[in-house]
Design a protein around this ligand. Structure first.
Ligand SMILES: Cc1cc2nc3c(=O)[nH]c(=O)nc-3n(C[C@H](O)[C@H](O)[C@H](O)COP(=O)(O)OP(=O)(O)OC[C@H]3O[C@@H](n4cnc5c(N)ncnc54)[C@H](O)[C@@H]3O)c2cc1C
Length: 536
């Protein structure tokens, strides 16, 4: 329980109306079932919740926590368990009052946003200007700032709009002790246009691949790199109706395809050729079983467990969702000609969705990144993900092939839903075939408490597979304390990471439960366990 003195200090810092320690309010923050493998849907309850509106207020909250020995944890929209406390003694900083798009610089192609600006808000403003932003697969409801500053970042348009870690430019950052740091050009002359100088560049320390997940202070503003929205911009009709019967008018230079290849190898060749040809706006593995589950979850349970229908569906396993978005008719014709040639060369099949009744709905849902979460949640109420390192696409394809066998066991024993053991999701990045992403999603019924231990077993088994086959550090490897396994195998990276934590956060005030503990704690634990002490 937060003492009155600390509570009062928080009230004085941001106003009594924006601080609470009411048990019912705190519980509403502690209810976090999404992407939570535990049978319980609760995470540790915060000591209090604060809702600041300015960077100065955040600095004051952070200083109070540093002074009084409490920790703090910030989130932007706070969708999943990693936005909340990892243990007791934590003040939750809810940033929903910081919700402004500060600037859209069309010429230099960046947008400056506060934490509670969602992907949907920013994208809607950008499309009107012939521009677009990277939306992650989690969907348009997520905060643009959180994804670029604090964690991961794969999304459907990654072929064109990159990976979130590549998109932050200038950053305004309240460090764990309350000091303000401005990264990139913002740090030298108050302009937002670059993240790596002139001015300090700490992108690797700030977020690396997986992000510090709120364990290294609070980000208050960020300039995000934006991209072009090819074709019509003034009259984009995104439609009316609920998602499944949405009627839209697809811009005439946008075209959506399903491509089907006969094998993992040909599927890979297709991706590499697309990357080498530098065509396309969306490239992603199409998980056919999951698509059926999302459109008709009850029917799928029957269809996918019927052996004949199952084997027919399997022939569509190596699918690619692909979209061309061209600036002109001529460019579209050229890109489509190249695509058709690649499809021929890889013995694949091309299905253009132009004439299908769901074309408009699928087009907008793809741009808006709406489907992945519907597909994950609809069949049983919850899902989680595994594998998926940032590696070559060939590596990812090999990983999918191996994981399919592991996943099959857990579908057969009733832990996960039938999805052809092939709910792999991800594509190549940044208009090249150099690197890509492919994660293995699993769906389950979270009310089924009997099977929860085997969800963890699956995670361990896929994690061990990444080690055994050198598949890279992936989403199976993000469990609490997994740095203890990977660190010693990877040049003791966790020692460097925990040195960063300790240097930036001398009082260990920024809740690092989803990041790494300070160096002294890591070393003390390793020494107690008799592990080799590293050179100082
Ligand atoms: C259902 C689901 C699907 C997902 N799919 C994808 C996906 O396809 N691709 C992908 O990249 N990620 C995915 N994620 C993870 C997602 O990237 C992050 O949860 C994310 O950034 C979501 O945005 P948010 O607004 O909910 O962030 P939040 O939940 O608010 O925050 C995410 C993390 O960042 C920290 N954080 C947020 N804002 C700040 C801030 N201002 N200062 C310091 N720390 C902060 C939080 O503490 C938390 O650890 C998924 C998550 C869920 C729940």
């Amino acid at each position: 329980m937060l003492p009155d003195t600390v509570y009062k200090a928080l009230e004085n810092a941001i106003g009594a109306e924006y601080v609470t320690r009411e048990p019912a309010m705190l519980d509403s923050y502690a209810w976090q079932p999404a992407i939570n493998l535990e049978p319980e849907a609760w995470i540790p309850r915060p000591e209090a919740v604060v809702m600041p509106q300015s960077v100065e207020e955040i600095q004051e909250i952070v200083r109070i926590c540093n002074r009084t020995g409490f920790k703090y944890k910030a989130f932007s929209t706070g969708w999943a368990s990693w936005g909340g406390p990892g243990g007791p003694g934590v003040v939750q900083i809810d940033l929903r009052r910081m919700n402004r798009i500060i600037e859209i610089d069309e010429k230099n192609m960046y947008a400056v946003v506060e934490p509670y600006v969602s992907g949907a808000q920013l994208q809607s403003e950008l499309i009107k200007r012939g521009l677009n932003c990277h939306l992650i697969g989690a969907g348009p409801n997520c905060a643009q700032l959180a994804t670029v500053t604090s964690g991961w970042g794969y999304g459907w348009t990654g072929l064109f709009t990159g990976f979130s870690g590549r998109n932050p430019l200038g950053v305004e950052w309240v460090l764990p002790d309350g000091e303000l740091l401005r990264l990139g050009s913002l740090g030298s002359d108050n302009a937002w246009f670059t993240g790596d100088g002139p001015g300090p560049s700490l992108r690797g320390i700030m977020r690396g691949w997986g992000g510090a997940q709120g364990g290294l202070g609070v980000f208050t503003k960020v300039a995000i790199k934006i991209y072009s929205w090819p074709g019509e911009k003034d009259n984009v009709k995104t439609g009316t109706g609920t998602l499944m019967d949405l009627k839209t008018q697809v811009p005439k230079t946008h075209r959506l395809y399903f491509l089907f290849s006969p094998s993992y190898e040909k599927f890979g060749d297709l991706a590499y050729k697309i990357g080498n040809a530098e065509i396309g706006y969306v490239h992603c593995k199409a998980a056919f079983g999951a698509t059926f589950n999302f459109m008709a979850p009850r029917a799928s349970k029957k269809i996918l467990t019927n052996p004949v229908l199952y084997s027919i569906m399997r022939t569509f396993q190596h699918g690619t969702l692909f979209m061309l978005c061209a600036h002109t008719d001529r460019e579209l014709a050229f890109q489509e000609k190249v695509l058709r040639q690649i499809v021929d060369e890889t013995d694949s099949i091309l299905l253009c969705t132009d004439k299908l009744p769901f074309n408009g709905m699928f087009w907008w849902g793809t741009h808006r990144s709406i489907f992945p979460c519907i597909a994950g949640f609809r069949p049983g109420g919850d899902f989680f993900t595994s594998m998926g390192s940032n590696e070559t696409y060939d590596n990812q394809i090999y990983a999918s092939k191996l994981t399919e066998q592991i996943k099959r066991k857990y579908i057969d024993n009733g832990t996960f839903f039938e999805d052809l053991a092939d709910c792999t999701w991800g594509g190549i990045y940044e208009g090249t075939s150099n690197w890509g992403h492919m994660e293995e999603i699993v769906m389950f019924d979270r009310r089924d408490k009997g099977n929860y231990e085997s969800r963890f077993e699956y995670m361990r088994e896929t994690r061990d597979l990444t080690i055994e086959k050198s598949l890279g550090f992936g989403l199976s490897s993000l469990g609490f304390g997994d740095y203890k396994i990977y660190g010693p195998m990877m040049y003791n990276f966790h020692h460097w990471q925990s040195k960063v934590k300790q240097a930036f956060d001398p009082n260990n005030a920024s809740d690092g439960s989803f990041y790494v503990p300070p160096y002294d704690e890591v070393i003390a634990e390793e020494t107690a366990q008799g592990k080799t002490k590293p050179a100082a």
